[in-house]
Design a protein around this ligand. Structure first.
Ligand code: MF3
Ligand code: CO
Length: 256
């Protein structure tokens, strides 16, 4: 979540609405799969955007980000020190880079939203560790995302895993509720205190999305008004899934 959460209040979804979100989530997962296969040295971020767009269209869905507050592309591609919201373009991927792809799709009026950070060829040991720890941080958050737990349980679990591995958690950008709108209430911080915050209700769809930096958590936005980078130039990774709260482990919609 970067932009704004509309003041619509928290919207619990019906079984039918969740079925639509399931379809949107599967489209997002297939877009991620298609893009991931093409990540290699020599490919441009615009090439990756085109692959995502084609997969989205071929599945009869609509890109979720294009036109959102004027965003110009199907996916976000954020390389190395870029945290989120990098705009695909002429940038050529090279061996040793890491790239975060953030993908959204709309099916039957409902959004899916997910992100992965991937290595380009062989990357440094530090980059590998960052990717692994960020993926694990998302999974730690997901484990806490169940009915009757509190919002703070999610953030605390994510923060603990990232920080105990020597990394920092981005503060200015957080996860979010999701449904007819890409960004709905509630905000889902990747930091906080266990036992604090709202009690999670069943059938609430959330996008949980830790952004983890090797250096400090502070961020800066580039001239293009979109690309968020680390203030200190350190590497950053981003993993996100859309899921639905249940009485047990959540249903993750954006994995195949
Ligand atoms: N997963 C990103 C987020 O929730 C998607 C950004 S979409 C954009 O912030 F259109 F704002 F780029
Ligand atoms: Co999101």
């Amino acid at each position: 979540m970067s932009v704004t959460i509309q003041p619509t209040g928290i919207v619990i979804k019906s079984a039918e609405e969740i079925a639509s979100m399931r379809r949107a989530g599967q489209v997002v997962a297939k877009m991620i799969e298609a893009v991931s296969k093409e990540i290699k040295p020599g490919v441009t971020t615009a090439d990756l955007d085109a692959i995502a767009y084609q997969m989205c269209k071929s599945l009869g869905a609509k890109p979720g980000f294009k036109g959102y507050h004027g965003y110009p592309a199907t996916i976000c591609t954020s390389v190395n020190n870029e945290i989120v919201h990098g705009i695909p373009g002429k940038k050529v991927l090279k061996e040793g880079d890491i790239i975060s792809i953030d993908v959204g799709a709309i099916v039957d009026g409902f959004n899916g939203d997910a992100a992965r950070t991937l290595p380009v060829g062989k990357v440094s040991a530090m980059a590998e560790k960052l990717i692994k720890v960020t993926r694990e941080s998302l999974d730690e958050g997901i484990k806490q995302a169940r009915a009757k737990n509190r919002m703070g349980d999610i953030g605390a679990a994510i923060q603990k895993h990232a920080e105990s591995n020597g990394f920092s958690i981005v503060r200015e950008y957080v996860g979010h509720g999701i449904g007819r709108l890409l960004h709905e209430e509630p905000a889902v911080p990747n930091y906080g205190e266990a036992g604090k915050g709202m009690i999670l209700p069943k059938n609430l769809p959330l996008a949980i999305e830790p952004m983890v930096n090797v250096g400090s958590w502070e961020t800066r936005v580039l001239e293009d008004k979109w690309t968020v980078v680390t203030k200190d130039g350190s590497l950053s990774a981003h993993f996100e899934d859309t899921l639905v709260i249940t009485d047990g482990q959540p249903e993750i919609l954006t994995r195949l």
